[in-house]
Design a protein around this ligand. Structure first.
Ligand code: PAF
Length: 282
């Protein structure tokens, strides 16, 4: 496994990959866990070459968010990468990737607006900008994203479609702990007491999904589950059905830790959530 730091070094390495070999790419901010390992393994199974990027992207963090304290266990990340069959790691410094003269941004202006977009201004602009830059350096045939960040997945897919990028975007199901908590690099911020309460997000989402699929009013169901979370000390930002992704999605703070999660809502003949609530939010 080779480790390359500057975009130029990586581009030189990229030219050594033979034309016929497919390149799978997993962009990350490091602090890898079993969810990332799943993305890497999918890529390694479907491509001859798998590239991992590790870059904590300052442009997707708000001024009061956790950019400085975001975990950076680089050596442990390399061990996981090696075990998952990664051929090369691209890990630029902030100065390598965003020189002082940097002045070009990419923005998706529809799917990025609700949910996290409403609470984290500039977040998705930072994500699409860095992901497009990474795609341009890595030139993958396929790129893999976790569906825990469902909105990010759809925003990136839309950017790829709108800008005619020649690659496939693959979504990989969320990996969960036994108690339902979605794996996230930020889970390590939780105190042990908060960690015990964390499964409530997935529990309330699945309960709401089941009730909606049995015909209950989505708006009422979401309000009830928000109340349950708030009674248990969560500060809920949103808990709503997002028709564009066909997911019920939630974001809530537990102490200082912001957790997000979602569950897919399969529409059936009996219950079509999008018909029950034709507007884009419940
Ligand atoms: O999902 C993430 O880890 C980040 O948002 C990404 C896609 C690597 C861009 O920085």
């Amino acid at each position: 496994m080779v480790i390359l730091q500057t975009p130029k070094q990586f581009q030189q390495y990229r030219r050594t990959i033979p034309h016929g070999q497919s390149v799978g790419f997993v962009p990350t901010m490091g602090a890898l866990h079993a969810g990332h390992a799943e993305l890497l393994k999918r890529s390694a199974a479907e491509n001859q070459v798998t590239i991992l990027s590790i870059f904590v992207n300052p442009k997707q963090f708000g001024p009061r968010e956790d950019f400085q304290k975001y975990p950076r266990p680089f050596e442990a990340d390399l061990d996981i990468a090696e075990a998952c069959g990664v051929s090369a790691v691209f890990s630029p410094s902030v100065a390598d990737f965003y020189p002082d003269s940097f002045s070009t941004y990419v923005e998706e202006n529809a799917l990025s607006k609700p949910l996290c977009g409403a609470f984290r201004p500039g977040h998705f602009r930072g994500v699409t900008t860095v992901v497009l830059k990474l795609f341009n350096v890595v030139r993958p045939n396929r790129a893999y994203f976790g569906l825990k960040d469902a909105q990010q997945f759809f925003v990136i897919k839309k950017m790829v479609e709108d800008l005619n990028l020649d690659l496939e975007i693959k979504g990989v199901p969320t990996v969960r702990e036994n108690d339902g908590v979605a794996l996230s690099s930020r889970n390590r911020y939780l105190s042990s007491e908060e960690r015990e309460r964390a499964p409530m997000i997935f529990k309330t989402l699945t309960r709401a999904r089941d009730q909606i699929l049995s015909g209950a009013d989505p708006a009422k169901v979401c309000c009830e589950q928000i109340a349950v979370l708030e009674q248990n000390g969560f500060r809920v930002q949103y808990f709503e059905y997002w028709p564009q992704g066909r997911v019920l999605a939630a974001a809530a703070y537990l102490g200082i830790t912001r957790l997000i999660d979602n569950v897919l809502i399969e529409t059936t003949k009996q219950t079509r959530v999008s018909e029950a609530s034709p507007e884009s939010t419940i």
